[in-house]
Structure formats: C-alpha cells, structure tokens
Design a protein around this ligand. Sequence first.
Ligand code: GDP
Length: 302
Amino acid sequence: MVLTDLGARLHGALNQLSRASVVDDKVIDALLKELCSALLESDVNVKLVSSLRTKVKNKVKRNLEEAEKAGGKEVNKKNVVQKAVFDELVALVDPGIEPYKPTKGKVNVLMAVGIQGAGKTTTCTKLAVHYQRRGFRTCLVCADTFRAGAFDQLKQNATRAKIPFYGSYTETDPVAIASLGVEKFRKERFDVIIVDTSGRHKQESELFEEMVAISSAVKPDMTIMVLDASIGQAAEGQSRAFKDSADFGAIIVTKLDGHAKGGGAISAVAATRTPIIFLGTGEHLNDLERFAPQPFISKLLG
Ligand code: GDP
C-alpha cells in the first residue's frame, strides 16, 4: 500500500468516527483496528503499531476522564479521539530530536551514507540545489570510488545544477578524495560541502570501515542516511546496522513517489531515534520535500 493509500485509509477511518452518532468503546475499537491494519499493511513495525494502539486508548481514556472531572460543557468525544490519534501518529515520525541545521558564515560539512541504489548521489545534488537556492555557497565531493560511473553521474548532475564539485578518475582511495575535496572547499570558504560516499550493494563490514574512515577524515557536522522507501520492512534493520557502525544524525527517505510503502522508513525513525529531514519524491533535482512531523501527518490524513 503506497503512502497516499495509507493516508486515504486513515482519513476514511477518522471520517467514520465523525459520522458515528455515539462515540463508545465499540466505535473507538473499530477505528483503532482500521488504523492499525492500515499501518501494518504499510510496513510499519508490528510492535510500534501495537504500542500506538495502547497509547491512543490510554490517552483517550485519560483525556475523557479529565474532561469529565473538569465538568461543565458536554465533552466532545470525537475531538478527544481525533487529537489522540493525530498526536500518536506524529509521535511515530518524531523522535523529538532537532536535526543539525547548516548556518551561513561557517563551513558545514554534510556526509551521505546508505546502500548502493538508495539514491545517495541523486539526493546529494538535490540537497546542494536546495541550499544553493537559499543563498548558501554549496559544493559536492564524490567519495564513491566503488561504483563505476558514480563520479560521472555526480559530475553531470552538478554541472547541470551549476554546483562546483570535486572527484577523481585516478585516485582509488575514497578517504583521500574526501579529505582533499573537503580541504579544498574549506579553504575556499564554501558554506555547505556535501560528501557523497560509496554504498556497495549491501551492508558489509568493509563499507562500514570505509564510512568511519571518511567520517574521521572530514569530520561531518551531519551524517545523513539515505534510505530507499521501496525496501519496505528491511529499512528498519538496515538503518540499525548503519546507526551502529556509522552513526548518522538525520535520515532522507527517497523514492516516496513510487509504489513505496512508507512504513519501513517510519519504523527506521523509531528504531534509530533519528529525525527525517527531507523526502525524495522523484528523479528530478527539484523533487525534494522538507520533512516535518506535524505537517506530514496533517497532509497524510488529508
Ligand atoms: P546511489 O547508488 O545511492 O548513489 O543511488 P543513485 O543516486 O544513483 O540513485 C539510484 C536510482 O534511484 C537512480 O535511477 C535515481 O534516479 C533513482 N532515484 C533517486 N532518488 C529517487 C526518488 O526520490 N524517486 C525516484 N523515483 N527515483 C529516485
């Protein structure tokens, strides 16, 4: 079930609540059942779904009791339930941690990690375009020496977007390239330096060692894990493995325009307690949306 379908089902479940003449336990249970099955079908981790169900139930109970105790006007049960559902859905995508925000007047180094094909190179250029449009002097460093053609791809994207870049056809040591590139752009006082790293095809210890070595060399202000939404439930395990070896401070979820179920990525946020900062919504350089928990859930619910 793609994300828009998930939204439609959640919206439908809440609509049903709005239409109910009385809001009793039966109506609330039916709503929670539909909500949970929609989340499960979207690949959200079963433990998270079950915990969400309990939290909504407890919150509704507590809030109704408090409202009744406060007395006075008739309690609007529907509002209480809707708010509890909304708040818990927001909590699902909000680890409560502020991501790093690049500021002008200093050098901000961002490093992208993730498995091959996740969309790192594309996302690095999208990010560079994003910051450039906001007045940051931005550049790209290609430290992916593993995938043939990675440098050409970055070079092509960067040239199209008129973004300065650094890479090498002859140097095979990614740590050396990353260090030289970041050093050069630091000296030139760029505001945002984005380092693209290699991904191999799956989580391998060698890849993790390489990421740690690049990270020690360039000292990123923020490491971003690029996560392909279309891998579904595997997203959780993958992000845990990356978190354990190459700690990252932010997530960008890509390919949400396709048939991806967004739930795996949502579970990855919970598993690693790391905020999502952007969503990739297409192959074009403009297809990048800023992510914020509340607007995301509001939009999802329609
Ligand atoms: P890397 O190996 O992690 O550097 O991945 P690439 O940047 O080369 O991307 C792999 C493929 O995914 C390419 O064909 C990209 O055009 C595509 N891609 C990346 N991000 C998105 C996205 O948000 N939506 C869609 N539909 N495709 C994407």
